[in-house]
Write a protein that binds this ligand. Structure first.
Ligand code: TMO
Length: 316
């Protein structure tokens, strides 16, 4: 009896100690946390940044190259564990479609506000190449200024890869600009940046898709101002597409089991919040400084240790 009592007391003491130390109470599974990589720089760098934080906490991590829309279904069914850059304009519909089916959770919102929109490099405005910008109505009469060798005399909008937006810009151009404009899809983000460089060299104006936060925030990029976005205004959502992109959020998503299988990693992930400067700098290390995504993440983690360590601990 005496032995039994002391065993119970010992167990109670262990439980007390465990709950005081909090995080160690429920250990994270050794199963890898699967992090997706996509096709723009900040997302890939942030994948390795977050993976590096998880590894520092003792977790196992795996990276998979994933489709930018299909990834939300993969998170829902557990093949991918998280998404750390859910941009409202491009991926909001796929994010909520997966959530509605059950299995994907909203794991919080970054501090950064976002805009994914077409626009012109600052020098196009500075040189007054299309008077009246950034109002979209100025484009109606300026189409010839934005013609390229492959646009048949029409103004050209260089969209990002089609997997980001689908028919959003062709629909909008048809609704608001008319027949003198054509939308071409770039094969990659790098093709957008190459076009900015070539256009400046050739002295021609260019109108391309871009977003903020991004490395271009430094040199300046002027986003076109369209009629305001509202939920349902896009053709694909039942509207007439006479609207611009939302001034949007940047969310994180996770599989619904992640908080249970990896409580410490999930808690850290739910607390991770990057601002515009931090996200822009992740992109700049690759797109301006020419680093590999992995090296950029290693440097970012070394330069910002106080910031990310605070996210991994218990407390306010
Ligand atoms: C999803 N993106 C930031 C490239 O627009």
């Amino acid at each position: 009896m005496k032995k039994f009592t002391s065993k119970v007391a010992a167990a109670a003491l262990v439980m007390t100690l465990a709950s005081v130390s909090g995080q160690t109470l429920a250990a994270d599974s050794t199963k890898p946390i699967v992090i997706p990589t996509h096709n723009w720089s900040s997302q890939v760098v942030m994948a390795y940044v977050i993976g590096g934080i998880f590894e520092d906490m003792g977790n196992n991590v795996e990276y998979v190259s994933a489709d930018t829309q299909g990834v939300y279904e993969s998170i829902r069914n557990g093949d991918v564990t998280i998404s750390h850059e859910v941009w409202q304009s491009t991926f909001g519909a796929s994010f909520y479609a997966a959530m509605a089916k059950g299995g994907l959770i909203d794991a919080g919102t970054h501090a950064a506000l976002t805009l994914e929109e077409v626009g012109v490099p600052q020098w196009v405005v500075d040189n007054n190449m299309c008077p009246g910008l950034p109002d979209y109505k100025a484009l109606i009469d300026c189409y010839e200024v934005f013609a390229t060798v492959d646009s048949g005399g029409k103004g050209r909008i260089l969209e990002g890869p089609q997997s980001w937006h689908g028919t959003e810009y062709p629909d909008r151009v048809e609704a608001l600009l008319g027949d003198n404009w054509v939308v071409k899809f770039a094969g990659s983000a790098d093709a957008l940046w190459a076009d900015h460089v070539a256009a400046e060299k050739e002295g021609r104006a260019t109108l391309t898709f871009n977003w903020t936060p991004n490395f271009t925030d430094g040199a300046g990029f002027v986003f076109i101002e369209w009629p305001e976005y509202y939920l349902g205004c896009r053709k694909q959502d039942g509207g007439d597409s006479k609207c611009g992109s939302p001034k949007g959020w940047l969310k994180k998503a996770a599989n619904y089991k992640f908080p249970k299988t990896h409580p410490a990693a999930y808690m850290a992930f739910s607390r991770m919040s990057f601002d515009a400067g931090q996200i822009g700098s992740m992109a700049a290390l690759v797109d301006l400084e020419g680093m590999s995504h992995k090296d950029a993440a290693t440097k970012w983690l070394a330069d910002n240790e106080d910031t990310w360590r605070a996210m991994t601990g218990v407390g306010m």
